[in-house]
Design a binder for this molecule. Structure first.
Ligand SMILES: [Zn+2]
Length: 218
């Protein structure tokens, strides 16, 4: 899939450092080793602003802004610009693990209906977790051979307990991994390590066709 990107961008950690992410010919070129999530947050604010909630439209002081996952994390929603909305704390916690469609329905409901609706959503999500682990909007994800994923350097002592626990209960992976257009791992290291441990041959992945990691030399 192609994520939303601004026309131009240059991301530096500090003024003295060379750019660690930039946009070149509509592709986000990222230096290896940077926090991909932080970059996605910064790009989202650049494109969608940092002052107003996308749901209620209210002005929010900069320090109180949050980022909501439009397609909920509970369903496997990734941290990518296309899936993030600046929002106030209230809207973010109200929307919780609902999809946009569910949230629209929810907002028009009476209080008792809302309670039942939240329970129904919980049951619906439980069912999805048992069936497939997660679910994504059409065109976002696909299965790729795990041996084609390039994880880069793996830090020591990565804790994969949560992924293991999820698998014990649901017999599925809890979310897809996110890779750049060459199969370089951007997000989902824990899922990747667990999948490798249990020797899964194909892993669910979101391939970002307009993102490319530049590997460190040496
Ligand atoms: Zn709001």
């Amino acid at each position: 899939m192609f994520i939303d990107l601004p026309d131009s961008y240059c991301y530096n950690v500090s003024k003295n450092e060379r750019s660690i992410a930039r946009i070149k010919e509509s592709v986000l070129v990222v230096n290896e080793g940077i926090s991909f999530n932080d970059l996605m947050y910064a790009l989202t604010y650049r494109m969608k602003g940092k002052r107003y909630c996308k749901y209620c439209g209210q002005y929010i002081p900069k320090e109180k802004i949050t980022l909501d996952h439009i397609w909920p994390r509970d369903l496997g929603g990734p941290t990518i610009t296309t899936n993030l909305n600046p929002s106030c704390c209230k809207c973010n916690s109200d929307k919780a693990n609902m999809t946009m469609e569910e949230y629209m329905l929810y907002q028009g409901m009476s209080k008792p209906d809302k309670t039942n609706f939240i329970r129904d959503i919980y049951l619906k999500h439980e069912k999805i977790k048992h069936e497939t682990g997660f679910i994504l909007p059409i065109g976002w994800g696909e299965m790729i051979p795990i041996k084609e994923v390039n994880s880069g350097r793996i830090p020591k002592n990565v804790n994969i307990e949560l992924v293991e626990q999820f698998y014990k209960v649901y017999r599925n992976l809890r979310k897809p991994i996110v890779v750049d257009r060459n199969g370089f791992l951007l997000d989902g290291l824990r899922v990747f390590l667990f999948a490798r441990k249990i020797q899964i041959r194909h892993i669910p992945a979101i391939i970002l066709d307009n993102v490319e990691v530049v590997r460190k030399k040496g």
